[in-house]
Design a binder for this molecule. Structure first.
Ligand code: GDP
Ligand code: IMO
Ligand code: MG
Length: 423
């Protein structure tokens, strides 16, 4: 498996962390390369549930190097809370490494995320309000602060003072909010975080490169999903980073030739949190049943997730844009006891059949799903081998494979480690 990328092939929450956890057993290094603590990754082990936002899920094993790459945006307060939570459960974080090049989420990013969403009113994106968008904006604008800046207190303080001055003007004069941030408080708060976190700081590009060069098994843990990609997703209802496989190279500082394979994680249906178009969304009892049985509530914000039928137009798009070599199809147990299961094979706009995911949301808005119906199956959460799955479930898996254009190599029938079936 030398270097394998695991990405979300839908709108996030596909069960990426469960797959990472399963594959981590044989891995040496697990790397996050984009996003921030907008991600909510859940791993269930023997009934105990672990939730991660920034720390790679491989940390549970104790002997894996866990790397937060340069493309991730780090909220130091958030990561410290996560470290404390793990240590309280006797899980060591000694093998965590944080990139010196990663950008820092600052208090003004979180304030601005909230204010901008409020200002957008009904046109809000439905962000997680973790400051992710404003942090990536500053990175691109070249006014961001990075982890390495924490080690240069004078430079850090000067930059914070400059930034806070401008952010206060934007908050007070543009958005007319009565919030005033104090640079000196932020500086001393972040110097405190730095003291506690600096043992983890490293040039992670060297770590990841050397691990791959020496044939170690390296896993890249994607966050968010293909349709939340800033370039390829349902813009502007997207996140501000690159959750597709291509994002891994820039976000961890390696070349594309160093990636051996890429697994796209999908669910047997689709969910989305936040706003934006969703052609196969269900508003009926079946949608409610999927939400209830699948416990589809956000790990980060607790918001109910919107649920809908599996969309193969999206599946095919993810396979194409990330060059997926395999599909991990999770949560097909959630579809148990639904008499007829639908798969969207294309969209219809008037008389026109649309086979490729449209760029324009205006076009997507007018797209009606074209469905194919398949017979359902009974309870399968106790099944542990592909042979034992009901023929209807096998037919469903085969159809997903055919329509998306990549092999389904793993099937999820429950949240636990052992509820994963290799095809
Ligand atoms: P991620 O963000 O892609 O890592 O996914 P989340 O952790 O946000 O959401 C996936 C949820 O589904 C978690 O609560 C998992 O424990 C759970 N889960 C993962 N795979 C399966 C599965 O095959 N069946 C069921 N029933 N639950 C699963
Ligand atoms: P994981 O890694 C699902 C969504 C938000 C919102 C949009 C922009 O758990 O799959 P942001 O705060 O990133 O600016 O919000 O992106 N979003 C996610 N949806 N899973 C995630 O992560 C998400 N991270 C962000 O709900 O619609
Ligand atoms: Mg999630």
């Amino acid at each position: 498996m030398p270097s394998q990328v695991i990405i979300g092939a839908q709108w996030g929450d596909e069960g990426k962390a469960k797959i990472i956890d399963i594959l981590s057993k044989d891995a040496d290094v697990v790397v996050r390369s984009q996003g921030g603590n907008n991600a909510g990754h859940t791993v269930a082990v023997n009934g105990e549930v672990y939730k991660f936002h920034l720390i790679p899920s491989g940390i549970l094993y104790g002997d894996k190097l866990c790397v937060i790459g340069n493309g991730v945006v780090i909220d130091p307060q958030g990561i410290l809370e996560e470290i404390e939570g793990l240590e309280a459960k006797n899980i060591s974080t000694d093998r965590l490494r944080i990139s010196l090049r990663a950008h820092l989420v600052m208090p003004y990013h979180k304030v601005l995320d909230g204010i901008k969403e409020e200002y957008r009113g009904n046109d809000d994106i439905g962000t997680t309000k973790k400051g992710i968008g404003p942090c990536y904006m500053d990175k691109v604008e070249r006014s961001g602060l990075r982890v390495c800046d924490l080690l240069n207190p004078e430079y850090f303080a000067q930059k914070v003072r400059e930034n806070v001055k401008i952010k206060n003007l934007i908050i007070n004069r543009v958005y007319e909010k009565d919030i005033v941030l104090d640079a000196e408080t932020i500086i001393s708060e972040y110097m405190g975080y730095s003291e506690r976190l600096k043992k983890y700081f490293a040039d992670t590009t060297v770590i990841v490169h050397d691990a791959i060069q020496s044939n170690k098994n390296v896993l890249f843990e994607g966050a968010q999903g293909t349709l939340l990609d800033i370039d390829l997703g349902t813009y502007p209802y997207v996140t501000s980073s690159h959750p597709i496989t291509g994002g891994v190279c820039v976000g961890s500082g390696i070349g594309p030739t160093m990636i051996d394979s890429s697994i796209g994680v999908m669910k047997g249906y689709i969910t989305r949190v936040g706003k934006g178009p969703f052609p196969t969304e269900l508003f009926d009892e079946t949608g409610k049943q999927i939400r209830d049985v699948g416990h589809e509530y956000g790990t980060t914000t607790g918001r109910p997730r919107r649920c809908g039928w599996f969309d193969a137009v999206i599946g095919k798009f993810a396979v194409r844009t990330s060059g997926l070599t395999e599909i991990a199809l999770n949560k097909i147990d959630v579809l148990s006891n639904i008499e007829t299961i639908k798969i969207c094979t294309a969209y219809k706009k008037g008389d026109e059949i649309i086979n490729e995911f449209p760029a324009s949301l205006e076009e997507l808005k007018d797209c009606e799903p074209v469905y194919e119906e398949l017979p359902g199956w009974g309870d399968i959460d106790h099944i542990r081998s592909y042979e034992d799955l009901p023929k209807e479930a096998k037919a469903y898996i085969k159809r997903v494979e055919e329509l998306c254009g990549a092999k389904v190599t793993m099937v999820g029938v429950g949240p636990e480690r052992e509820q994963n079936i290799y095809v």
